[in-house]
Design a protein around this ligand. Structure first.
Ligand SMILES: [Zn+2]
Length: 82
């Protein structure tokens, strides 16, 4: 599986979203991290909590051999698996 990031932003949620990292709700009015790019399934846009974005950074720099993750695999704001 590969992923090429094309854009990223920090918008304010205008409706509820589901965080790709932890599977919990991103509430309306909450600022979140949004990134999009081309993966194996084509164009995709992922949304994550700000704290999950930080956890994501840790995950990717701690474990350079495995830079992929399964959606909803982790606890919110943590690199610990559910
Ligand atoms: Zn999250």
């Amino acid at each position: 599986m590969s992923f090429t990031q094309l854009s990223q932003s920090y918008p304010i949620a205008r409706k509820e979203h589901i965080c790709i990292w932890c599977g919990e709700k991103i509430e309306k009015g909450e600022k979140y991290y949004c990134y999009s790019g081309i993966g194996d399934d084509g164009f995709q846009t992922n949304k994550v909590h700000l704290e999950c974005r930080i956890a994501m950074d840790k995950h990717f720099s701690f474990d350079t051999f495995d830079d992929e993750f399964m959606p909803y695999e982790f606890k919110r704001g943590s690199t610990e698996q559910r």
